[in-house]
Design a protein around this ligand. Structure first.
Ligand SMILES: Nc1ncnc2c1ncn2[C@@H]1O[C@H](COP(=O)(O)OP(=O)(O)OP(=O)(O)O)[C@@H](O)[C@H]1O
Ligand SMILES: [Mg+2]
Length: 240
């Protein structure tokens, strides 16, 4: 499966519109685990994902994979280093079939890596096989989200970052998709799951961070955070 690698953010400052919105965070995302980053609206979660992907400017600090500095590299360079980011609200190309959506994501891969990647995504989402030739707009919301995840996974990334997987999806769909992230982690990938609400993410994750106002409020195990309703309530992470 994918090679193991650790993603680290070191004293990371992220700027949006020329001003810092993330003020020096330290985060480690270990291979073969799901790490979750939780935080209320506007905490800076998506800004961190964008900075890792090379889509937002890092003002200070570093993004590293196994110690190799990737800070402010171009997005395609970051992808080539084995980091795959699913940005918040990512949609598939609804005019294309499932197959073509996935093939678009294999363009930078060699022929063998592409066919192995397609086989890998179908093993994770066997439902997509019978939808292979179907246009994106005819898929259900859950199937569309499967394609978006499959697009990120077709390169067998060392690091997978998913920003708000559950947003706008029915609970039953979330229940189908979340275990796939656990399976991906079991295959060796370092998974960072960013969510606004704690429920599902904490059940899946080993390690957890809470971000608020661009700073880390909690850094510890997911189990400990689950047992800390005061913290979860104080940072609006529980939806009752
Ligand atoms: N493109 C942008 N230009 C300027 N400011 C931005 C931009 N994107 C985000 N911001 C600001 O950066 C801060 C952090 O926003 P960000 O989207 O990273 O938070 P978030 O934790 O992902 O929130 P949410 O849970 O709502 O997705 C906010 O103050 C926001 O207004
Ligand atoms: Mg966000």
């Amino acid at each position: 499966m994918s090679d193991h690698a650790t993603l680290t953010l070191e004293s990371l400052v992220v700027e949006r519109g020329g001003r810092p919105v993330v003020h020096g965070v330290d985060v480690t995302v270990q291979p073969s685990q799901v790490t979750t980053m939780l935080g209320p609206n506007g905490a800076g979660k998506s800004s961190i994902a964008a900075a890792i992907a090379g889509l937002a400017h890092v003002g200070a600090g570093a993004v590293k994979i196994d110690g190799t500095n990737l800070t402010n590299l171009r997005p395609e360079k970051i992808r080539a280093n084995g980091i795959s980011v699913v940005p918040e609200g990512r949609r598939l190309l609804t005019d294309l079939t499932v197959e073509d959506n996935l093939r678009v994501s294999t363009y930078s891969l060699g022929k063998q890596a592409a066919s192995e990647g397609l086989a890998y995504t179908l093993s994770l989402f066997p439902e997509l096989e019978k939808r292979w030739k179907i246009g994106g707009r005819l898929l259900s919301g859950g199937e569309q989200q499967m394609v978006v995840l499959a697009q990120a996974l077709v390169s067998k990334p060392k690091v997978l970052i998913v920003d708000e997987l559950s947003l706008g999806l029915a609970p039953i769909v979330v229940q189908r998709l979340m275990p796939v992230l656990a399976e991906v982690a079991d295959n060796g990938t370092a998974v960072l799951l960013i969510e606004q609400f704690a429920h599902v993410a904490l059940s899946l994750a080993t390690k957890a961070y809470v971000l608020e106002g661009g700073r880390i409020r909690y850094d510890g195990t997911a189990a400990e955070l689950s047992d800390n309703p005061d913290m979860l309530h104080a940072t609006y992470l529980l939806r009752d």
